[in-house]
Structures are given as C-alpha cells and as structure tokens.
Ligand binder design. Structure first.
Ligand code: F0G
Length: 457
C-alpha cells in the first residue's frame, strides 16, 4: 500500500504568517482569550472550522467567471438546481446564503411554541434557529456516541428506541419533523449508518413525519458507509448519497462544507406546499428563488464543488488526512474521540485535563495553549459553547462532553502542516500540568462562544 497523497497539485499559494510565542501572548490577551476574536492574520494554521475554508479547484474558479448574474432564471441556477436534484432527488431546491439561512426559513414555518424537534445531535445554529422560533430541540444520540473512548463504526446514529419514546411522550402532533445530521458534527464528526437512516425513516413512516437531513457533510458520511457498512463496498459515493437522500423528505445544507465553496447553502424539499411557504419567506429574507442570497457565480461554484466532492480519490485523501492526525495524537497518548471523525479531530478535554472541572472550561484552556504553543487555532466545543445555567442556583450545567475540535479545511493543508499540528498538540499535552482553566468575564445571551471574553485562572 503506497502513501495516500493529496489528489491535486497546487497552482496558487497563500503565505501564512509566523509569530513568536511572546507576540502570541499579547495577541491572545487582547482577544480576551477567545480564539474567535484573534485576527486570522495572526494564526499560522487555522483549524477553527472546515466551513467556508475549502480551497476551490481551477474548475470552480472558472465557474466563478462563467456565473450568470441574471436576477431571474440565471443559467447558473439551473446548473446548481440540477446538481442538487441529482444528489437529493428532491423536486424543490431553494438556494440560501448558507446553512443557517436554510434552517431559519424551515423552522420559521415548521417550528414555533409547543413544537419539539429531535435530531441525533443538533448543530448549534440549528438548535438556535429552532429555539428562536419558540420550539425545543432535542438530541437523541445512541449510547456509544456519548463515550469518546469507545470505538464503533457509526457513532453518529440516532437512538431509534429513544425516538419512538420521544414521539409517544411529546405527542406526534407536536413534532413537525425528525432530523438527522450527517456526519454528526457536534458528536465528533461521526458518521450515521444507512441502516440507521432506514430505521429512522421507518419510524417517520409509522408516525407520518417528514425526515430532514442536515447534509453539510453528506459525502464524507457516504464514504464511511462505503468503507464500513456491509453491502456498500462496490457502490459509488453518488449512489450511496442518493440512497440516503431517498429516505428523506428534505435537506438543509451548508455548501461551505461538502460543496467545497466559501459561501452558499440550500434547502431541498419534496413537499410542494412546504416548499412554496419556504420560497415565500426566502423572497422576503434572502432573495429571488433562483439566487436566494447568492450570486450566480456562487451557484456555479457550488454545482462544480458537488461534482468534485463525490470523487473517491478526494474522499480517500480527505478521510485519511483526518485519521492521520488522530493516529499521531493517539500514539502520543492524547485522548481524542475515537475513531477519528470525518472533518475534524476532537480532543477529549476531560481526560486531557482531569483536574480542570467543566466550570473552569478545560477545552478553552487547551485551545488557548495550542495557539500560544504554535499559532494553531482550534475551537472549544464544551461548556463554553453548550453550557447552560441553572435558573435557580446560577450554577453551570455542563454538556456531556468537553471537547476541542481541530477541524481540517478541505484541500488546504498538506501532510507536513498536519505533522506540525500534531507536534504542537503533543507539546501542549506534555506541559498539561501547568494549565488551570479560565473564567468568563463577558458573555452574550445566545451563542456566547463567538464573543465571550475570559480571564486566565
Ligand atoms: N449544520 C451543521 C452540522 C454544521 O456543522 C453547520 C456549520 C451548520 C449546520 C450551519 O451552516 O455555517 O453554513 O450556516 N458548521 C460550522 C462549523 C460553522 O464550524 O462546524 P452555516
């Protein structure tokens, strides 16, 4: 077996800026110890997110020039629409400027007071849009998915028994739809099996509920199915994706992930009535139905990206690069969510810093140290992002896991960049006894992780 190489060569490069540790101390302090508030110029390797950070291909850039900017009926829209339809099989394709705009539109119509929406794990914008509508969002992840150290093939699966119980308890009339997020970002980028999609669909059929897929990373999920689930080995990624979407009644998609673009998204639906309502809202909030918050050139780039992302050489390299980083960290004894997920490595901060309790934000401490050590920017996914306060006592209610996500932008970094990231993380791990945690000095009422400020303990 030969080394799995980047299935592209590099035509255009972007320098990255080196800083000293002393400079980074000043920069991080000025950013309130919140890496979201650091200028990107001051970051050497940026693993904050895999969203909107992809390198586009020569064909996508050519598409940018080809983009038809007609207000209505642009040819770029029809190319985009036919590509999305080819994958999802849905009849109604509604472009949005990114994933959360699709969520906002969908839940403005399906959500509202007294409604409950289950998912394997809602991403934070999905949860925020559901809650903003007055509805409640629930995570029904299977048990293995909640244990970072357990190795299993499909840790993103929904707990189907819990779903049935949930529907019976909340009342089917109060549940507008069931969602599945593929791969399960907040749960470690873990895939959902086709078997699970089918089982969830069967429950949806029984209760006559629509199934909506949060499809941000559908191609990465399809690759895991091909490699890990019996019966899919000789199917193409496109065929696997098509089968998965065939069980769904619609999808929300952030094209900033698996469509390999810097901006874009869509809502795709098979229900005409619902699609009509969504389009009416789209016109008010995003734009005319054939561009919906995007330029014609963006629609071209998404269409081309969707063609490229289902390429197996690309996905083999993509999934292997993530696994490669995971293996290096595991070899050094660093606890991560196992097995490595699709788009990111998630350090288990609870085991990394067992003496720093959730109310001292162990994930934040590791994230800050990664930056100080080597200019690597990661993101906390733990009590800063998902912590809530007890209404009576004011005490922090931590989420089940304290994680640090190192998300890998698509087609951006090479193997030596990843080697460097591993070296930085290993150095932080060696010096972990020196880390004491943080306290929050400012926070916003919603999605506080983006703007919170901290003090080092
Ligand atoms: N759903 C999932 C599973 C996501 O990961 C994201 C974005 C969204 C929806 C929202 O899409 O950003 O285009 O509005 N995730 C990014 C991340 C921000 O860093 O994981 P968006």
């Amino acid at each position: 077996m030969k080394t799995i190489i980047e299935p592209f060569r590099i035509k255009s490069v972007e320098p990255i800026r080196f800083t000293t540790r002393e400079e980074r101390e000043v920069i991080l302090k000025a950013a309130g110890y919140n890496p979201f508030l650091i200028h990107a110029d001051d970051v050497l390797i940026d693993l904050l997110t895999d969203s909107g950070t992809s390198a586009m291909s020569a064909k996508q850039w050519a598409g940018i020039m080809e983009g038809d900017e007609s207000y209505a009926g642009s040819k770029s829209f029809y190319r985009f629409e036919s590509m999305v339809k080819k994958i999802t099989g849905d009849e109604f394709v509604i472009p949005t400027h990114q994933g959360r705009a699709a969520e906002k539109i969908l839940f403005s119509i399906l959500g509202g007071e007294g409604k409950y929406i289950p998912n394997n794990t809602h991403f934070d914008t999905t949860r925020a849009n559901i809650e903003f509508s007055g509805a409640e969002a629930f995570d029904l992840l299977n048990e293995t998915g909640k244990h970072p150290e357990i190795r299993a093939d499909f840790k993103g699966d929904m707990d189907v028994d819990a779903l049935v119980k949930f529907i019976e308890e909340k009342g089917v009339e109060n549940i507008p739809c069931v969602m599945l997020t593929v791969t399960n970002n907040s749960g470690g980028g873990q895939p959902v099996s086709m078997k699970n999609v089918r089982e969830v669909k069967n429950v949806c059929i029984k209760y006559d509920l629509p199934l909506i897929i949060d499809a941000c990373r559908f191609a990465e999920n399809a690759y895991f199915i091909k490699k890990r689930e019996a019966g899919y080995d000789d199917k193409s990624i496109l065929e696997i994706a098509q089968e998965m979407f065939s069980y769904a009644d619609g999808a929300t998609m952030s094209a900033k992930k698996d469509a390999l673009v810097n901006i874009g998204g869509f809502l795709s639906l098979n229900d005409e009535n619902l699609a009509m309502q969504c389009r009416n809202l789209l016109i008010v909030t995003e734009g005319f139905p054939t561009y919906g918050g995007l330029a014609g050139r963006d629609l071209e780039a998404v269409a081309q990206g969707l063609e490229e992302v289902v390429d197996e050489h690309y996905l083999e390299y993509r999934i292997r690069s993530t696994e490669y980083l995971g293996e290096k960290l595991l070899d050094a004894g660093i606890p991560i969510i196992e097995p490595p997920g699709g788009h990111a490595i998630y350090i288990d901060a609870k085991r990394f810093l067992p003496n720093v309790t959730p109310d001292k934000y162990p994930g934040q401490a590791i994230t800050c140290e990664l930056y100080l050590e080597g200019g690597v920017r990661a993101v906390e996914i733990g009590s800063v992002m998902f912590g809530k306060y007890d209404k009576k006592t004011g005490a922090l209610i931590p989420p089940p896991m304290e994680l640090v996500r190192m998300a890998i932008p698509r087609r951006v970094y090479t193997q030596s960049h990843i080697d460097y990231v591993a070296e930085v993380a290993i150095e932080v791990f060696k010096n972990r006894e020196k880390l004491n945690g943080y306290e929050i000095t400012y926070e916003a009422p919603m999605l506080r992780h983006f703007t919170a400020r901290f003090r080092k303990l």
